[in-house]
Design a protein around this ligand. Sequence first.
Ligand SMILES: Cc1ncc(COP(=O)(O)O)c(C=O)c1O
Length: 374
Amino acid sequence: MSAKVPFVDLKAQYRSIEPEIKAALGAVLEKGDYILGSAVEAFEKDFAAFCRSRHAVSVDNGLNALRLALAALNVGPGDEVIVPASTYIATALAVSSLGAKPVLVDCDAGTFNIDAKAAERALSKRTKAVIPVHLAGQPADMDAIMALAKDADIPVVEDAAQAHGAAYRGKPAGSIGRLGCFSFYPGKNLGAYGDGGCVVTDDDALAERLRSLRNYGQKVKYEHVEKGLNARLDTLQAAVLSVKLKRLARWNEERARHAARYRELLAGIPGLDFQAPQAGAAHVYHLFYVETDRRDELRAHLKAAGVDTGIHYPKPVHLQPAYADLGLAPGALPNAERHARRTLSLPMFAELSQRQLDCVVGALKDFFAAKPAA
Ligand SMILES: Cc1ncc(COP(=O)(O)O)c(C=O)c1O
């Protein structure tokens, strides 16, 4: 039986834009320019404007957006890059894939974003960059991060994979650091019908290098100036993304409205905590987090009531077997570990109906009423 309330509902979104999507895909098929076609250029122009950045260089996924952003900054073996431990593993993998070392730091206990003080303590002579992640769609403490990066003379690469349309002190997420990286994984606030990603920057030289790196290191055909990748966004995906981009601001408003309603209806339940707001940040609620010591029990209760939830993420990066080589034992980054133990993501998507939201709230209240916090 399918859930009464799914965690996300990509089909509901598709139904709301179906004729336009079909027309956009049909136009690409008629034209046949599947690789770096005109729809790619058009999307890049629109997405750059949306992020108020000079350039948007689209790529094939969010991991490669981060990877190529770091490669364009010449990050390589022997270098260190500061990364929060509370993130999807891609942030760290982008660093290690270039032979550099991700230096994992703890998150703030309230916002779950990178703790700027911890980032500052992690600086070394080998630090080549810092990557704040705007987790769940809420920008990190960018004043503090930009200040420490300026003092250390290192670039900031924003991981805005979960934060399309978010803002910090009025500036779009992704446009604050030297480079901003996005994922268009289908469930993201701006999602393709497959993989996709993008890097935005105001820096002309970095943008040019990124365009070459994503396309076999060539500036003109068969003239390879460096060892690049095939990391291009498909023209079909670009056409889909352009249709969706026009609606993104409205969809983000819907998400914020659902978040406000969750907060209002769930306020005051002992043992249930929310993500703390970051001063200056406009959150786009890619995820809506609640936290409780009885997370697994709550999750099972919601599942039985027909409510699907997610956990983002059940294990912080430093405790993943893939990063055992960093030698960080349990207890090393306590805020990130506590977040991983306690966090639960409630259903969140623009098309979430009031009835569905009320169903989530009702099931959650039943759980805490039946078993109040000790
Ligand atoms: C914070 C973060 N960074 C990077 C990525 C990587 O993006 P992709 O899955 O498109 O490679 C994701 C999403 O999956 C993410 O959530």
